[in-house]
Design a protein. Structure first.
Length: 359
């Protein structure tokens, strides 16, 4: 496995932008009388303007145009996917495989572009009751916003100020709080769902001395099912366990020793954390997937090349890790990890896939 040299979670835009959304459907819908099978994967194609439906055994089966440079996605129990793009939040019927709407942001983000620093939606989450979608909107060179979408009206109803580059958005199990993980300001913004009152909580276990050039920032967050605390991995060395009620956190040891991005947690409290590769190839380990049980024991599965985010199959045994990555070195596929026997296979999937969901 080749070492990957990173250079700070910052890079120039990735050249010319792809074509605009065009027709909402770019591939055939399922045959009449059928629907998208359960267990199909849905990925956000950050390198294009589509989401791609992926058969976990065979690879891509269809794509739907949603808007330029889609980043995060969230899927409701009704099968509708909400996709944060540079242009707005797309609403996709995953059963019929077609875009239903594109909801414009209220926040001004400048020209629609592509690449790591592009303005527009990043992290996105659905309220447990399905009535609201919360999307973190990046404003280049400034603080971002959390926009609240009414899912029935399909329109933005409120905006809340948050920190810089909200990589991730999560919601508490009871729906009372929303959490925006603000990468470039070293914080999590805790927002009350009823009053929309924001509260900033600094999350900087290594300090903030590096400022915008620092690697040592929060990226993605998982909400622990047992107690609602927030889990944020740093560098395969430290796991921040943040109590959003008090704003205090504890730090637990991690073992992967690699720069970490995407996370998810299963109902039994098992944490999955994606390692993108070393900051210092002479001292750090390569890309990996960490599987950490609720008692803190870890297994680390090496991966080939950078990866960004992860979703887990219903059986809890299979993890799907996207190869899109926000920086150079990405690839157009998914690593499928069997967490029992340790095997890893590579599966083609879309164009620079970032976020992922199991339908």
């Amino acid at each position: 496995m080749a070492a990957v040299v990173l250079a700070g979670c910052a890079a120039d835009d990735d050249g010319p932008a792809p074509a605009g959304p065009g027709p909402a459907r770019t591939s055939a819908a399922p045959p009449a009388g059928s629907t998208t099978p359960e267990g199909t994967l849905l990925v956000a194609d950050f390198g294009s303007d589509t989401v791609t439906f992926v058969d976990p055994a065979k690879g891509p089966v269809a794509s739907v145009r949603v808007g330029k440079a889609p980043y995060g996605l969230a899927v409701g129990d009704d099968g509708q996917a909400w996709v944060a793009t540079a242009e707005g939040v797309a609403v996709v019927d995953t059963k019929a495989r077609e875009r239903l709407d594109l909801i414009a942001y209220r926040t001004r983000t400048g020209p629609v572009t592509t690449g790591e620093y592009r303005g527009g939606g990043m992290g996105i989450a659905l309220a447990p009751d399905g009535r609201h979608v919360y999307v973190g909107v990046n404003v280049p060179d400034g603080n971002g916003a959390l926009e609240v979408i009414d899912t029935d009206a399909r329109e933005v109803t409120d905006t809340v100020p948050v920190g810089r580059r909200p990589f991730d958005v999560d919601v508490s199990a009871d729906g009372r709080e929303v959490y925006a993980t603000d990468h470039d300001s070293f914080d999590v913004t805790v927002v009350r769902a009823d009053s929309l009152e924001p509260r900033r909580v600094e999350v900087a276990p290594y300090g903030t001395e590096g400022g915008l050039g620092s690697w040592l920032k929060p990226h993605y967050t998982a909400v622990r099912p047992s107690d609602g605390k927030l889990l944020l991995p740093f560098e395969g060395e430290r796991l921040v366990v943040l109590d959003p009620r008090t704003g205090t956190y504890e730090v637990e040891k991690m073992t992967a020793n690699t720069h970490q991005h995407g996370v998810t947690v299963t109902g039994d409290g098992t944490l999955f954390a994606v390692g993108t590769g070393p900051i210092d190839p002479d001292a750090d380990a390569g890309p990996s997937l960490t599987v950490r049980t609720k008692d803190g024991s870890e297994r680390v599965f090496p991966l080939d090349g950078p990866h960004e985010d992860v979703a887990v199959a219903k059986d809890g045994r299979t993890a799907y890790v996207t190869g899109g990555f926000t920086r150079d070195g990405y690839w157009n596929g998914i690593s499928v990890v069997d967490t029992e026997d340790g095997s890893v296979r590579r599966l083609p999937a879309g164009e620079r896939p970032l976020d992922i969901a199991v339908l």
